[in-house]
Design a protein around this ligand. Structure first.
Ligand code: BTN
Length: 325
């Protein structure tokens, strides 16, 4: 019933060729009340439609949402194995959750899970990740490296480099990495990475790299609590950016870096990571479970652990923390 009505409204806008349609006219076309029209306009907005509403003129649709289902990603994808199996859903609780299930069921290396919306997106340290419909990239990648579990953080750093390179490729913007895996533009977070493992004591069965990228959100789309600290590529670039192109580039870059890593080890990745790092050589504060401490970030170790020199010259190795710049 509701979707029939929505279809009639969308058809009416298609026929109007971009002109305004009054609430009254829409109600006549759809055979419903003006209140029902208003409610449907709100629902469309929630689904990613940008709708202009002007008094005495009515409504017009300025932008329709862009999807990132399998077809848009596969067309023109330049990878050998990454993203060759795509599991797409319009709306999910969390792509990580699906990835865990698929990985446990034997999904091959390179399988990706992508959704246009997450209703319970997971962030680091048990936080929620705001993942509104159609405006970002909510993606999980399954890798199966033949490595012991302590090497897993290196894969997070590889993913961070791949994300930075993809953003550069597609938008020309130059992001920076805040250890371990926040991607920033002008000190505001544009992408977060969450790495989770399925492992035995001595080997990784699957590593699930979840990437959340703010792409086409406008400032008003961010919830109050992150408005000061988050940004999107559209805000920074001044125009909308194709999510499919970003995903393709990210998969291409990640596959290349992953092959280099398996071939030559972590050192070449470490150099690249440090070249993009915002905090190296700077004074930072690390908020860890055992308390806060400040010092100069020196770089990362071979295992991807952050090294901080405190004011008395002693060295701290940070395995997990929130970094304040
Ligand atoms: C962070 O807290 O910085 C990490 C955020 C990771 C979010 C991504 S979105 C795709 C994947 N699915 C999730 O539920 N979380 C990750």
């Amino acid at each position: 019933m509701q979707s029939d009505l929505r279809k009639k409204l969308i058809d009416a806008f298609t026929l109007s060729g971009g002109d305004f349609l009054s609430g009254q006219r829409l109600a006549e076309i759809a055979g419903c009340s003006r209140t029902a029209v208003w409610k449907h306009m709100e629902d469309l907005r929630k689904d990613g439609f940008i709708i202009e509403a002007v008094r005495k003129k009515g409504y017009r649709i300025l932008e329709v949402p862009e999807k990132v289902s399998g077809d848009e990603i596969s067309l023109g994808l330049k990878t050998d194995f990454l993203g060759r199996q795509i599991h797409y859903e319009e709306s999910v609780e969390s792509t990580q959750k699906i990835a865990h299930r698929l990985a446990a069921d034997g999904a091959p290396e390179g399988t990706i899970i992508v959704a246009d919306e997450q209703t319970m997106g997971r962030g680091r340290l048990g936080r929620r990740w705001h993942s509104p419909k159609f405006s970002g990239i909510w993606l999980s990648v399954i890798l199966r490296p033949d490595l012991p579990p302590p090497k897993a953080p290196q894969l997070t750093l590889i993913a961070a480099v791949a994300v930075v390179q993809a953003i550069e490729d597609v938008t020309g913007l130059v992001p920076q990495i805040k250890w371990p895996n926040d991607i920033l533009i002008g000190q505001k977070k544009v992408t977060g990475i969450l790495t989770e493992l399925q492992a035995e004591s001595d080997r990784i069965n699957a590593i699930i790299i979840g990437i959340g990228m703010n792409v086409n959100q406008k400032a008003a789309d961010f919830p109050e609590e992150i408005i000061e600290t988050a940004t999107s590529l559209a805000i920074e670039a001044g125009h909308d950016v194709s999510r499919a192109a970003l995903i393709q580039s990210m998969l291409y870059r990640l596959e290349k870096l992953y092959k280099t890593y398996l071939d030559k080890g972590f050192y070449p990745i470490k150099l690249l990571w440090e070249s993009y790092a915002i905090s190296i050589g700077k004074k930072i504060t690390a908020r860890t479970l055992s308390g806060d401490f400040s010092g100069t970030a020196l770089g990362i170790t071979e295992d991807g652990v952050l090294m901080i020199e405190e004011s008395d010259g002693s060295l701290r190795y940070v395995y997990s923390a929130d970094i304040q710049l």
